[in-house]
Design a protein. Structure first.
Length: 598
């Protein structure tokens, strides 16, 4: 129900008029927050770009390990040091993902991200300076320990960085959010891989093979530079708005057009097909004269891996759940992936050995295994939910509604916990609007009545709903649009507001919700609900002569007997039609004008 008063000589409202409000139902409150383009982009960049360090640190160790093998020979390879140095960062990453997944939900996204950045800087530097008491085994042990702790720092980039990045994209233009998330997460990892291979090569060229000890330490030490460059931005970083209240590049664009689920499925399916082709034709591709062809086909195989799963796995994991549990949810998904990578490094040699003495079969079997997993994943992915541009907001609304249905107080969620969303009623002529709780699960159904009335000059409005979720969502939405109205949780059958003059009361949809069963002989509960609804306006809250407009789909011969009060109201009926002639169901307006006292 909506009550409103039209003030005299009001200033022009600071909102758009006309057709701008036709699509107001689709406005995303985060996207309408007044910020410049840079203010919207830099948090996405600051949160996601740290994954460059993941790609660099995980890839550079391969070249560093080769240098260590060249320098120290069997002293490095025969005592387990090579395996530990190469793989221990994966274990640290899993631990970091689980720890920071918890802290990013329970404490802070930005602070968790800042701590993980500091860990990266400190232990990347210590790894480059590994000493170990002056003994060779001590140096290998120190390098292993520092690599583990670097992995913990990398682990924080996933639940804290990627999750905050996904939430920060909510402030970007709808239709571009997925690509920005992918560009600053998965693409950053890929660039880290590239640079992680190029830097050791460059260090060897500069230092020559006579100074490999300097080359491997410089290669690891340069891993400090990326997190150092991000440190200032992350110190300035604030919590994402959503958290407060609740080729790889080609794939990033494709994901916005077809959706992450289908982009992932198509990419990984095609990768599996190319993998099977490579395995079947490997005998020909492996010939010395076909090296160029092998490089091209293998490049396509890897690119499809980034186009599909690389670009979209993190996107789906970070956007398919509510803000309150997103860090832990994403951490579990990322940790599972890292465990898979960790296991893969150990079982890969066994897959190769299954080929026996046949060198072609030894190379084919890994492709057969990976391609089979790709095809299986392509169909498994189709069971995932749809991820749209506003999925984060939608999931938060659903999550709040679920908690409320179980009796939980959702005022304690987010950084604004404890704040009362029910603003006090000011004196004057308010506006009261009722929207049903069913709209909680379909934000696009929230109507534009409040905005339309505001543009007509009714700037003093009070809107109510029986659902806390709807009130919070609508209050945020209209605040972002610059429309200053009040929103309160109330039952229209028992309004809790002081007496005051009201020019007009508008009910929109409540009558339809009240009426059920036989309308020829309404149930006692139906008569009681409608009676209490009418009684609120018979208590003297409405000024003499004011209009109470009720809208309903039901026919007048059902509604008129329900609403009539010969001693109080004069009931008129109007058929509300689409001014553009769009057709649709007839919607009836019941205008009840109180008789003036004589």
């Amino acid at each position: 129900m909506k009550l409103f008063g039209k003030k005299n000589d009001v200033a022009e409202p600071n909102v758009s008029t006309g057709s701008d409000f036709d699509n107001l139902a689709n406005v995303d409150p985060l996207a309408t927050i007044p910020k410049s383009r840079w203010e919207r982009i830099w948090p996405v960049m600051a949160c996601g770009s740290g994954l460059f360090s993941d790609g660099y640190i995980n890839n550079v160790i391969g070249s560093v390990s080769t240098m260590l093998k060249t320098i120290y020979g069997k002293k490095y390879t025969d005592n387990g040091s090579q395996k530990n140095v190469s793989a221990i960062a994966f274990a640290g990453t899993v631990l970091g993902q689980l720890i920071f997944g918890y802290t990013s939900d329970k404490w802070s996204r930005s602070n968790s991200l800042l701590i993980s950045t500091i860990i990266l800087i400190i232990f990347a530097a210590l790894g480059a300076a590994s000493y170990g008491g002056g003994t060779l085994n001590g140096m290998f042990a120190a390098l292993t320990a520092y690599r583990f702790l670097v992995g913990v720092g990398i682990g924080g980039e996933y639940p804290a960085g990627s999750v905050a990045c996904s939430e920060a994209t909510g402030e970007l233009k709808s239709g571009t959010r997925n690509r920005w998330f992918i560009l600053f997460t998965n693409v950053m990892i890929d660039w880290g891989f590239v640079v992680g291979a190029f830097v050791p090569y460059l260090m060897v060229v500069i230092c020559t093979d006579k100074h490999l000890r300097l080359a491997w330490r410089l290669s690891l030490g340069l891993g400090v530079v990326p997190p150092l460059l991000l440190l200032y931005l992350r110190i300035k970083l604030k919590e994402p708005e959503e958290f407060k209240r609740e080729s790889a590049m080609l794939g990033s664009i494709f994901s916005d057009f077809v959706g992450p689920k289908y982009a992932l499925s198509i990419g990984v399916f095609l990768q599996g097909i190319v993998g099977f082709l490579m395995a079947g034709l490997y005998r020909h591709l492996a010939k010395p004269g076909n090296v160029g062809g092998f490089a091209v086909v293998y490049g396509i195989f890897l690119s499809l891996g980034e186009f599909g799963p690389g670009d979209n796995l993190g996107l789906i994991a970070s956007k398919s759940c509510a803000t309150g549990v997103r860090g832990q949810y994403y951490a579990i998904a990322a940790a599972t992936g890292k465990i898979g990578a960790f296991v893969g490094t150990y079982i890969f040699p066994y897959i190769e050995k299954a080929g026996g003495s046949d060198s072609v079969a030894t190379a084919q079997y890994p492709f057969y295994v990976s391609s089979s997993l790709c095809i299986f994943s392509a169909f498994l992915v189709l069971l995932l939910p749809h991820i749209g541009q506003d999925t984060i907001t939608t999931e938060d609304i659903k999550f709040r509604a679920y908690l409320e249905s179980k009796g939980w107080d959702t005022n304690q969620m987010g950084l604004m916990k404890g704040e009362n969303m029910e603003a006090p009623v000011e004196s004057g002529s308010p506006v009261l609007s009722e929207k049903r709780a069913e709209n909680v699960f379909q934000p696009s159904l929230l109507k534009t009545l409040t905005a339309d009335l505001y543009t007509l000059g009714y700037t003093h409005q009070l809107s109510v709903d029986s659902s806390q979720v709807v009130i919070q969502a609508m209050a945020l939405k209209y605040s972002a649009l610059g429309i200053d109205t009040e929103w309160r949780v109330m039952d229209v059958r028992a309004l809790e507001m002081g007496d005051g003059g009201v020019d007009v009361a508008v009910d929109k949809g409540t009558l339809d919700a009240f009426l059920y069963g036989s309308l020829w002989n309404p149930l006692a509960e139906v008569r009681g609900d409608v009676g209490r609804w009418k009684l609120e306006w018979e208590k003297g809250r409405l000024e003499d002569g004011c209009a109470d407009l009720g809208g309903a789909l039901l026919q007048p011969h059902f509604m008129r007997p329900m609403l009539a009060r010969d001693d109080k109201w004069d009931v008129e009926v109007e058929i509300l039609e689409d001014p553009d002639g769009g057709g649709g169901f007839e919607y009836f307006g019941f205008v009840m004008k109180r008789y003036q006292d004589t």
